[in-house]
Design a protein around this ligand. Sequence first.
Ligand SMILES: [Fe+2]
Ligand SMILES: [Fe+2]
Length: 201
Amino acid sequence: MSRNLGRQTFGSADDAGKVMTVAEAQALLQQWVENPRLQLHMQQVAYLMKCWAAERLQLSEADQHRWYIAGLLHDADWEKWPEDHCSRIVEELEKRHQDPEIIHAIASHGPRHFGVLPQSSMDRMLYAFDELSGLIHAYSLMRPEGYTGMEVKGVMKRFREKKFAANVSREEILEACEMAGISLEELIAFIITHQPAVTQE
Ligand SMILES: [Fe+2]
Ligand SMILES: [Fe+2]
């Protein structure tokens, strides 16, 4: 379902700070992704990344944009080339001379699958948000009121229920929280506060 990337360095230092626009990223997604659930997932993760960069790290707008693009493209190749996830998008971004930190973040969003450890805070937050965002979205879909009134303890209950969103690895989420130095509860609280703002277009 994915493969070990077999390397640890991505992109070129000469390309630091070079980042495509949101419109360019969306054009790429339009070519590569049809599934609306997958599109929504990437938009959700992108938005969480941008909000974290802005609110928790007080990063510049340029940096917030870099965090957004990393989230927006992290699963871009999943639908067309599941066997090669995420090498296709990594290679595409290298070809387009994109910022190496963005490429590294994408390359390390599944360390157990891609063999690349998250290092920067961008890397670690992408890993932390990815699966948990999906679990929380699945929870919103089974609640009649969606995200309205959702509480951390309700998410925690689902988190402990192995059968709920069984494909979401709890182990990886806990590992990601530890790497990011954030408690699971704090991360859940951040996601349920911000994720409802992202709706399907
Ligand atoms: Fe992925
Ligand atoms: Fe993902």
